[in-house]
Design a protein around this ligand. Structure first.
Ligand code: FO1
Length: 335
């Protein structure tokens, strides 16, 4: 009797890099797959924190909260971010005072998370300890780590439509206020070079059996995590295979603003170009394997030729079961 578990059976220690909505939905699939197979898998999530911003004196962590709410079943599924059954009274009152910014959707239930987080930070707790405390309520079923406890903020250099001036604005202003519809000339991850990986991050990479890279934004989410000092080295050194999933299908992102930001950094918006942007592990890059959607199946031979194991499987995360199938296909790329 062959006791080798089927390849798509989740390993014991799985580390997943994550941005916001795309990463959270992929993680729902990983958890669904673990439940399906009855595997005893410890999942550690290393989440992007450069989307974070200070708002009305409160620290808001969109990607950490999106993962926490999604896996803790508090998310508004339609929006993909923020709380279900949300109300917006406090935001309306702030707007009535003319308290800027008014373009950021600040929900009343979500506000409690920012208040608790800000209070704990003010008491001296690092973001990783705050996140662990918040997760005690939400029980996401994963260990959720910020990529760093230090302040990092992605800013985007745009032509401001208000006055045509070129200026750097916070990523959230670029995305929420301008809907990523203004020309983006550069992406500037402020503080990234000086930050330190949060406690447990490097070990989560070096001790993993497999590392998964979800279809999160390759520039501002995954790219930022890779920019944390020590992370690329840990990924190069880990014995764990690193398998990624394309967020680009048929030359466009499924949602978000990857198309615009890939253009800003001069990378073609294709499943193959993103894989080559990450690079083949064999050539000093990130990836041992890469999943593309069947519409991009013509990219498979070239990526295999570049040293990246590649398969074409349906990549639309329409529900947790579809996401679980994608996670299984990613694990099946593990040699
Ligand atoms: N996205 C929007 O498009 N509009 C919003 O008003 C908005 C508010 C918001 C509040 C809290 C939060 O955790 C996320 C929020 N997001 C909003 C999503 C956020 O901009 C993105 O999830 C990430 O930052 C990009 O991945």
């Amino acid at each position: 009797m062959d006791h080798t578990p089927p390849p798509e059976r989740p390993p014991r220690r799985l580390t997943v890099l994550s941005g916001g909505v795309g990463g959270a939905r992929f993680l729902q699939g990983v958890l669904r797959l673990v439940a399906r197979t009855g595997a005893t898998t410890e999942i550690t999530v290393v989440a992007n924190t450069a989307d974070d911003l200070w708002l009305h004196g409160l620290k808001v962590c969109p990607d950490l909260d999106t993962v926490m709410y999604t896996l803790g079943d508090g998310i508004d599924v339609e929006r993909g971010w923020g709380r279900r059954d949300e109300t917006w009274r406090a935001g309306e009152e702030l707007a009535a005072y003319g308290a800027e910014p008014t373009w950021f959707g600040l929900g009343d239930r979500d506000l409690a998370t920012h208040l608790v987080r800000t209070e704990m930070l003010a008491a001296g707790y690092p973001l990783s300890a705050v996140t662990e405390a918040l997760c005690r309520r939400w029980q996401p079923g994963v260990r959720l780590l910020p990529m760093t406890d230090d302040r990092v903020e992605t800013h985007v250099v745009i032509d401001d439509p208000a006055d045509g001036q070129r200026r750097a604005v916070h990523f959230q202003e670029y995305w929420i206020r301008h809907h990523a519809e203004v020309p983006a000339h550069a992406v500037v991850p402020i503080g990234l070079d000086q930050c330190a990986p949060a406690p447990g991050v490097l070990e989560a990479l070096s001790d993993a059996d497999v590392v998964l890279v979800p279809p999160s934004n390759p520039i501002v989410s995954v790219g930022t995590i890779l920019g944390v000092p020590g992370v690329r080295e840990a990924l190069a050194a880990t014995p764990a295979p690193v398998i990624g999933v394309s967020g680009i299908i048929g030359g466009d992102h499924v949602r978000g603003m990857a198309r615009q930001l890939l253009a800003a950094v001069g990378v073609e918006c294709s499943a193959a170009a993103v894989a080559l942007h990450y690079g083949a592990r064999k050539e000093g890059g990130l990836l041992d394997g890469w999943l593309v959607d069947p519409v991009d199946a013509d990219a498979v031979p070239a990526l295999e030729g570049a040293g990246i194991r590649c398969r074409a499987v349906p990549l639309l995360m329409t529900d947790p079961d579809a996401s679980a199938d994608i996670a299984a296909a990613a694990l099946a790329l593990v040699p």
